[in-house]
Write a protein that binds this ligand. Structure first.
Ligand SMILES: [Zn+2]
Length: 133
């Protein structure tokens, strides 16, 4: 369960940033292809907020859409375009196990399976809003 480790990382970073300033809101981005259970992640953040007396802090989770690039022809496109063409079962599997995505996703331009993920992986803090800002 790496959701707890990720949540701890987020809370730790927020604490380092806050020091003597009061933080009102934090936006956390989650890549569309990141293998994470959002419900567990949210729960972990809530629990850690309580432990660290950050009850009033609002943490907003946003999903970053994945962007892919073909290594053969250089075309870039969004992952959601691929999902429309897949059946629901496969689309679900990819969200659950992003590693299988290379087996199903092909370049819409030249059909190559040799694809880079430009965006859509990882979890990071996008924005920290301090009180009075
Ligand atoms: Zn291509």
């Amino acid at each position: 369960m790496h959701e707890w480790a990720l949540a701890e990382g987020v809370i730790k970073t927020i604490k380092e940033y806050s020091k003597d300033k009061k933080i009102e809101k934090v936006v956390v981005k989650i890549g569309e292809l990141q293998q994470i259970d959002i419900d567990i992640f949210k729960f972990a953040l809530d629990e850690l907020k309580k432990e660290n007396s950050m009850n009033k802090l609002s943490i907003i989770l946003e999903i970053e859409p994945a962007v892919l690039k073909c290594r053969v022809c250089g075309k870039t496109w969004s992952f959601s375009e691929n999902l429309k063409e897949l059946d629901d079962f496969i689309a679900e599997s990819i969200h659950f196990v992003p590693e299988v995505f290379h087996a199903f996703i092909k370049c819409p331009n030249c059909g190559s399976p040799d694809i880079d993920i430009l965006k859509g992986r990882g979890v990071w803090i996008e924005k920290i809003k301090f009180k009075g800002e």
